[in-house]
Design a protein around this ligand. Structure first.
Ligand code: IPM
Ligand code: MG
Length: 373
């Protein structure tokens, strides 16, 4: 039996409910598949914690996170709670920096029967990944709180930082991801999304892309300016596969991507570094619907499948990969058969109903056969 310690941060708002839902599903799928188990080690952090304690993570929390096999996070932030300089409570931005989680993997995949925002039939084929650099770029001055204190009332600057070290690793990650996806029958192409016509830092980002691509001759590649990419994501998103970009561009386009496939309730996210991985939905804590059993837990559940794949790769644990496949298949079948109807898309199912339905699908031997064949 392989045991994995998961540093688990439910966080704020709907974070607490959606993380519970994902944990139930991962536990059930690991029981069904066997051979491994996740130990969920709870860590208190976030805006509510900050308002009571004046710090955004419990004592020794970061050490425990550092030692865990992976980090699993619900959602953090409450509109009424701010740091002293007025910005949002976001220890997870600091974790990205602390644990060098440079590769922000944000899949955008269309599932059947979800109200698609685009009328073109080809939108059912959308299956791409936004790879968002997550430690530098235009988030550099934001990543560690107060790195650049605002000390006057006339001018404030943020910096777009692009380093060779991180960018080489990021582009290599993009090409390797495209290679893995190609093996699964997907397009297997990388698009470098930048603003190389205007910013020196972005010309540098593109230059490194062109250097690294020579090591991946089997993978197609192209470039696109970020403004044109916003257009193409609406016009022909099904023609893209892996798209690699700096931090802020990725933050913006990944929300656009969520909108393309229904909403942020489908927007999963993995933040991966050389030694750590953090998994969380890309959406916020939605305090307006917290505690009402209305939240769509699927972005978190999909993030847990990314986590299982990561644990599988890192620890050579094929059972974790099978468990991920089982959950993904249950979601696919659930939408195909119209058994998953999140309130987010006008349906009648809240967090608990979706969780219960997915648990039934996991236990369904036909779903198991489809997933494991
Ligand atoms: C995201 C979020 C965060 C970000 C916020 C909550 C700090 O929007 O993960 O996309 O800007 O990175
Ligand atoms: Mg965002």
């Amino acid at each position: 039996m392989q045991n994995f310690t998961i540093a688990t941060i439910p966080g704020d708002g709907i974070g607490k409910d959606i993380i519970k839902s994902a944990i139930e599903l991962v536990d059930l799928s690991s029981e069904i598949i066997g051979g491994f188990k996740c130990e969920w080690e709870m860590i208190d952090a976030g805006a509510e914690y900050y308002s009571k304690n004046g710090t955004d993570v419990e004592p020794q929390g970061e050490d425990r996170i550092n030692e865990a096999d992976s980090i699993f996070l619900g959602a953090i932030g409450l509109p009424s709670v701010r740091y002293e300089d007025g910005t949002e409570i976001c220890p997870h931005l600091r974790f990205r920096e602390m644990f060098s989680l440079y590769a922000g993997v944000r899949p955008v995949k269309a599932y059947p029967n979800i109200t698609n925002r685009l009328s073109n039939k080809l939108s059912s084929k959308i299956d791409l990944v936004i790879l968002r650099e997550s430690t530098e770029g235009l988030f550099y001055t934001a990543a560690v709180h107060n790195r650049c204190p605002v000390d006057n009332n006339d001018e404030v600057q943020d910096i777009m930082r692009i380093t060779r070290n991180t960018t080489e690793k990021l582009h290599d990650f993009a090409f390797k991801l495209a290679r893995q996806r190609k093996k699964k029958g997907k397009l297997g192409k990388v698009t470098c999304v930048d603003k190389a016509n205007v910013f020196r830092s972005q010309a540098f980002f593109r230059k490194i892309f062109d250097e690294r691509k020579t090591n991946f001759q089997d993978i197609q590649s192209d470039h696109c300016y970020v403004d044109a990419m916003a257009l193409n994501l609406i016009r022909n998103p099904w023609e893209y596969d892996v798209m690699v970009m700096e931090n802020m561009f990725g933050d913006i386009l990944s929300d656009l991507g969520g909108g393309l496939v229904g909403g942020m309730g489908m927007a999963s996210c993995a933040e991966i570094g050389d030694n750590h991985g953090l998994f969380q939905p890309a959406h916020g804590s939605a305090p307006d619907i917290m505690g009402q059993d209305k939240a769509n837990p699927l972005a978190t559940i999909l993030s847990s499948t990314l986590m299982l794949d990561y644990l599988a790769d890192k620890n050579n644990c094929s059972n974790a990969a099978k468990s991920s496949k089982l959950i993904e298949t249950a979601i696919e079948v659930g939408f195909q058969k119209n058994k998953l109807r999140p309130m987010e898309f006008g349906g009648d199912m809240g967090t608990q109903a979706i969780t219960k339905e997915l648990m039934d699908l996991l236990k369904d031997t036909n779903v198991q056969k489809e997933a494991l064949n």
